[in-house]
Design a binder for this molecule. Structure first.
Ligand SMILES: [Cu+2]
Length: 98
């Protein structure tokens, strides 16, 4: 019984780690260009209050990790979060939308 409980805990932990931690106020956008070699993505997005962007725009974002771009291509709808850094805006979370 103890073994079963430990296994369940491990499974729950694995699931929690796989679930993207996208906040409710994530920004909706669509992919214009993916540049995996340079860890950059061009996104068109609507107003993003969390970034101080009041209007829709298309812009280039860096991504925290180039691996985040795997499976993404131009035309995909996405939800993402980004932060402003001295070097520019960096996407911290991104997932394909519906
Ligand atoms: Cu923007």
């Amino acid at each position: 019984m103890k073994t079963f409980t430990q296994l369940s805990t491990a499974a729950a932990l694995a699931l929690a780690l796989l679930t993207p931690a996208l906040a409710a106020d994530a920004i909706s956008g669509d992919v214009k260009k993916v540049d995996e070699a340079n860890a950059k993505i061009t996104l068109h997005h609507g107003p993003a209050k969390s970034l101080g962007m009041d209007e829709a725009m298309t812009m280039v974002y860096r991504v925290k990790d180039a691996a985040m771009l795997k499976g993404l291509k131009a035309g995909d709808k996405v939800k993402f979060e980004a932060i402003e850094e001295p070097s520019g805006y960096t996407v911290t979370e991104i997932e394909k939308g519906k």
